[in-house]
Ligand binder design. Structure first.
Ligand code: SF4
Ligand code: SF4
Length: 525
């Protein structure tokens, strides 16, 4: 039976309309044989636009779809779910990313962008025709355990919400402190290894001296941040400086602070420049405001690189400024300095005015929060990516703000970068909800775009076993490589690196890639 193709293009990307002629792109692909439906819509993520697209697909018996829009990961899952409901195999939907691969790289050259977009659309169509329908399989989860790494504000909230979904929660807390939370709390323990995949993980937990294996369906990373140790040049020059939390304790304990009070976002404990997000902005605003209210005659300065006020804390910034807190923003390349000969004077170039200010102070506090040192070991164990600042990287700010790229692993709070307690708790709630629901599904879906080994060609060289970030390949009973399909994330690294060319990735076979490449190389770009 001949394919019946629908082409859908989205024009929501703000740069696309002035740069690309979407009607021309549509006509290049719509006139092709087998294309029975073509629709140009404003925002394909919007359910009101999905409805007519789907209706047309149903009316015209569409069985394959070409989507011209942005990155697949930025799409509303609603679109894929809708096509699934219409009986279209999800692996017969081809996405062409016009935003990241055409618009953004060619912003200054509309002609070039148009030619590339048209070529990519044709290549996508040709690839779509070569795709095979793929199926997913299911496996039962062995447990409803959700493991939360960290018993801080976000971790406790995550555990409460996951437990409310019916999951059994276990908090792994590295300190010996006690706190209330549902399920089990394992104090003085840490994660040292992980096997398996989302739904059926086996974690290795070091509890005291003894490693234990723990099965779980989902993991929430809630390691929090850590206050900086004062090792940088400013702290060395001013021996009486304190971290922000100590100043908070002193102030809340009733101590009158000696003014002027300076709260700065340095020093860097590791010798590198702190990134903007390493600044405890919300806590700084709260303390600066409280000091100004209680000691209105004292000057309070906040010296910072960039404001990172979340949500309503923008209003706290306004309130602090109205109370008279002075904000001095500096450029990262010219941070504040203290001459050891004058240890109570901080000099900094004010970015707004361009002047170097000399601020004499009676109290100096640092509000830097470096990433938790445990993040790297946890990310290695769970095979999840890190941000350059040392936090755990989330999946996508728009669609997956508390998920990681690995199914079944979620992240919240300052494990990503410093947050206020309220924000950390809100993220803990979201991560706990997702983890709890994930664990309570009872089954995992796997398969589709996964690797497969052609065993006759395999020389058991172990390259794929050593390369795969998810431990999916293994040497089976026949002495040849096999793929643990549940663990495979379809990244294609093994297929690219296998010296015997024994591995193929479903949905990205050599023939499919070659056809697309041939079309692209013939294009004008
Ligand atoms: S890399 Fe290729 S040849 Fe080597 S073990 Fe894996 S499948 Fe076999
Ligand atoms: S495709 Fe990626 S995740 Fe799957 S087995 Fe190969 S390297 Fe591992």
């Amino acid at each position: 039976m001949k394919a019946r193709i629908q082409v859908v293009a989205c024009k929501c990307c703000t740069q696309a309309p002035p740069l690309l002629d979407m009607n021309d792109i549509m006509s290049v692909v719509s006139d092709r044989e087998l294309v029975v439906s073509s629709m140009l819509v404003d925002g394909i993520c919007d359910s009101k636009n999905i409805r007519p697209v789907l209706e047309d697909a149903r009316n015209k018996d569409v069985d394959r779809v070409l989507v011209l829009a942005c990155q697949k990961k930025d799409f509303s899952p609603g679109l894929l779910a809708a096509y699934k409901r219409a009986g279209i195999n999800e692996f017969l939907i081809e996405f062409v990313d016009l935003r990241d691969e055409v618009v953004l790289p060619h912003l200054g050259d509309g002609k070039r962008a148009q030619a590339k977009a048209e070529t990519k659309a044709i290549a996508g169509l040709q690839r779509l025709l070569m795709l095979e329908p793929l199926e997913k399989a299911r496996e039962n989860m062995r447990t409803t355990n959700v493991v939360v790494l960290g018993g801080g504000a976000s971790g406790r909230r995550a555990a409460e919400v996951a437990a409310a979904q019916g999951a059994h929660t276990i908090i792994i807390e590295k300190s010996g402190r006690s706190f209330k939370a549902p399920g089990v709390i394992m104090p003085n323990s840490s994660l040292t290894g992980a096997k398996g995949y989302g739904g059926n993980f086996v974690l290795t937990i070091k509890a005291g001296e003894k490693p234990e294996e723990l099965e779980c369906a989902a993991v929430v990373v809630a390691t929090g941040g850590g206050w900086t140790e004062l090792k940088g040049p400013l702290a060395k020059a001013c021996k009486s400086s304190v971290p922000l939390y100590q100043l908070q304790e002193q102030f809340q304990g009733g101590a009158a602070l000696k003014g002027p009070v300076v709260i700065a976002d340095t020093p860097d404990p590791a010798g590198k420049t702190l990134a903007v997000q390493d600044f405890a902005w919300d806590e700084t605003l709260a303390l600066a405001t409280d000091i100004k209210r209680k000691q209105p005659l004292e000057e309070v300065f906040v010296v910072f690189q960039e404001m990172r006020a979340f949500g309503l804390s923008e209003l706290a910034y306004k309130e602090a400024a109205e109370l008279g807190v002075k904000f001095v923003r500096y450029d990262r390349s010219a941070g504040p300095k203290i001459d050891p000969q004058e240890p109570t004077k901080l000099s900094v170039k004010d970015l707004a005015q361009g002047d170097v200010l000399a601020i004499p102070f009676g109290t100096l506090a640092f509000a830097a929060i470096p990433a938790n040192k445990d993040n790297q070991a946890i990310a290695d164990a769970l095979r999840i990516p890190m941000s350059p600042e040392g936090g755990v990287r989330r999946g996508s700010i728009q669609r997956w703000p508390v998920s990681t790229p690995r199914p079944g692993v979620f992240v919240c709070g300052s494990a990503m970068f410093p947050k206020s307690k309220e924000t950390a708790e809100a993220e803990g709630e979201a991560a706990g909800l997702l983890a709890g629901r994930f664990a309570m599904k009872g089954t995992i879906e796997f398969g589709g775009i996964v690797a497969e080994v052609e065993q006759e060609k395999c020389s058991a060289c172990l390259t794929c076993v050593r390369t795969c970030p998810y431990e999916a390949p293994f040497i089976g009973a026949a002495g040849k490589a096999e793929i643990r399909v549940q663990a495979c994330q379809g990244c294609g690294m093994c297929a690219g690196i296998c010296p015997s060319k024994a591995i193929e990735l479903h949905g990205f076979t050599d023939d499919q890639i070659m056809q697309e490449t041939r079309t692209m190389l013939g294009g004008d770009f």
